[in-house]
Design a protein around this ligand. Structure first.
Ligand code: SIN
Ligand code: FE
Length: 314
């Protein structure tokens, strides 16, 4: 593996750029220093791109995934694989027949991705929390969803139902479409742009109202509430960005094309991103805790805590 900064675009400060890495060289040659350089690039809000995916996907698995029939439901979500429970969710009734095969394929993708990342992102290895993997069989162009669920609008990721309490959202994607690129837009990083959006969104009442603050601390002490002010702020920021049609139209954007059989990874909580088109991708999410970061002061949590002057985790 040999990391090099992409010469194709010297992005302006505050914008994500592409860092190209080759995964072909023997893994044992990959050093801690090289891995740290990749981690620092990710933490700075850059997209790390592997022109040839390091994840082996056997032909039979690929065939089954590419033969997946698009659901008739317009609001059908991506299919999720929960590695810790070894369970697939999000299947429609008619798809249940294939559930067992899909579970096996997604388990393999999840395990191989984690195995690769253990070396490639060595400083984080073993410190992350394994989150869901997903299969994205739906054509993204023209896909309909309610406003806050739309992925064709620029946003920083924040999970409405799975709070991270300050941990970072690292996502590893693979385009398994044999002919079609997956096309994204990216804009400013959280460092450059998040604080502005958060100021516009306003602080959540859980931070500002003394009574609510008291109720929340009591609930946390009793382990009744796990959602942190950090998660509330990030979700508000995510929503405000998607609601702002003027921002979506006028902000400077970079178009990114991820070709068939490539992989890419990024912290989706600090790279503003939108998917425009593409069908059939696999993805694995890892939650990287604050303590594992090499430049924790660049994280959304550190930025928001300095902005609000409060502790935002629970
Ligand atoms: C997203 O995280 O917004 C969607 C990315 C994708 O499916 O390519
Ligand atoms: Fe996203």
């Amino acid at each position: 593996m040999n990391a090099a900064t992409a010469p194709e675009r010297a992005a302006s400060p505050g914008f994500s750029r592409t860092v190209i890495a080759e995964s072909r060289l023997a893994r044992e040659k990959w050093t801690y220093t090289q891995a740290s350089q990749i981690c620092r690039n990710l933490e700075a809000g850059h997209v790390v791109f592997l022109p040839t995916t390091p994840i082996e996907i056997p032909a039979a698995n690929r065939e089954l995934l590419l033969g997946w029939k698009q659901s008739s439901s317009l609001y059908h979500k991506n299919i999720a694989y929960r590695p810790l429970e070894d369970r697939v969710t999000g299947l429609q009734k008619g798809e249940a027949r294939q559930a067992e095969n899909l579970r096996r394929i997604l388990r393999e993708y999840s395990q191989r991705s984690v195995e690769f990342l253990k070396t490639f992102l060595l400083p984080y290895a073993g410190k992350w929390k394994l989150e869901f993997a997903s299969f994205r069989p739906i054509e993204e162009r023209g896909r309909t969803a309610r406003l806050h669920a739309r992925n064709d609008l620029l946003h920083f990721d924040s999970f409405p139902t799975r709070p991270t309490n300050g941990a970072r959202i690292l996502r590893f994607f693979t385009n398994i479409n044999p002919t079609q690129n997956r096309v994204w837009l990216t804009s400013q990083t959280f460092e450059a742009f998040g604080p502005l959006m958060v100021k516009r969104a306003g602080l959540p009442s859980s931070l500002d109202h003394p009574l609510l603050r008291g109720i929340n601390s009591l609930a946390r002490a009793l382990h009744l509430r796990s959602r942190s002010p950090y998660d509330d702020l990030m979700l508000r920021c995510h929503n405000v960005m998607k609601e702002d049609a003027n921002f979506q139209e006028t902000t400077p954007k970079t178009r990114r094309e991820f070709p068939p059989n490539s992989s890419w990874m990024l912290f989706t909580d600090c790279v503003s991103h939108a998917v425009l088109s593409g069908q059939y991708a696999l993805e694995q999410t890892l939650l990287v805790p604050q303590a594992a970061l090499l430049d924790p002061q660049r994280s959304p949590l550190a930025i928001l805590e300095s902005l609000t002057g409060r502790q935002l985790t629970v």
